[in-house]
Write a protein that binds this ligand. Structure first.
Ligand code: HEC
Length: 151
C-alpha cells in the first residue's frame, strides 16, 4: 500500500467538488480529481506489465498502434487515438486518471469506448501499468507527488 501524499489528500477534497460538476463516469480532457485520488492497487511488476501488454495487443492496438503511437491502422474514420508515448496526458497523468479513461472511455465524444463490463479491475490496472511503460521517458515507479499534468 502506498502512503497518501499531500497532493493525494488535496485531490481528495476536490473529488467532491469536481464530481458534482463533471458528469460521473466520463474522463474528460483535463483529468479528474476522482482519478487523481485513486490509488493503483496493482504493483507495477514485470508480471503485471506483461499481462497488460497482452491485453493491449488484443483490445487497443487497432486504434493506438502496436507501440502506442496512436497510429493503429484500423482506427475508425475520424477517430484520432491518442499517442500514448508522448509526455502529454490530455485526460490526466496519474494512474487513476488513466484507469478512468480505460474503464469509462474518452469523453466527451467517446470515440474510445470504455472497457466497463468487459475487463476486470485487475486487467485495467495491468493495462495502466503497461501503458506507463510506453512513454519515451517512462514514468518513475509511483512515488508521491511526482506527476504533473501536462496541459
Ligand atoms: C476505437 C479506437 C480506440 C480504442 C480501441 C482504444 N482507444 Fe484509447 N483513445 C482513443 C481516442 C480517440 C482517444 C482520445 C484522443 C483525444 O484526446 O482526442 C483515446 C485516449 C486514450 C487515453 C488517454 C490519453 C491521454 O492523453 O490522456 C488512454 C490512456 C487510452 N486511450 C488507452 C487505451 C487503452 C489501454 C485501450 C485498450 C483497452 C484503448 N485506449 C482503446 C481511441 C481508442
Amino acid at each position: 500500500m502506498l502512503r497518501v501524499s499531500w497532493r493525494g489528500k488535496l485531490g481528495f477534497i476536490f473529488v467532491w467538488l469536481v464530481a458534482a460538476a463533471a458528469s460521473l463516469g466520463a474522463q474528460l480532457p483535463g483529468g479528474s480529481a476522482a482519478g487523481k485520488a485513486m490509488k493503483n492497487p496493482v504493483a507495477r511488476t514485470a508480471v503485471s506489465i506483461k499481462a497488460g501488454e497482452s491485453l493491449f495487443q488484443k483490445n487497443c492496438v487497432f486504434c493506438h498502434g502496436p507501440q502506442g503511437l496512436g497510429d493503429g491502422k484500423l482506427a475508425p474514420k475520424g477517430v484520432h487515438p491518442a499517442n500514448l508515448t508522448d509526455e502529454t496526458w490530455v485526460r490526466g497523468a496519474s494512474d487513476g486518471e488513466i484507469h478512468e479513461v480505460i474503464l469509462n472511455g474518452a469523453g466527451p465524444d467517446f470515440k474510445m469506448r470504455g472497457v466497463k463490463g468487459r475487463l476486470s479491475e485487475t486487467d485495467i490496472w495491468n493495462l495502466v501499468n503497461y501503458v506507463r511503460t510506453l512513454a519515451k521517458t517512462p514514468s518513475p515507479l509511483p512515488k508521491p507527488s511526482t506527476t504533473q499534468n501536462a496541459y
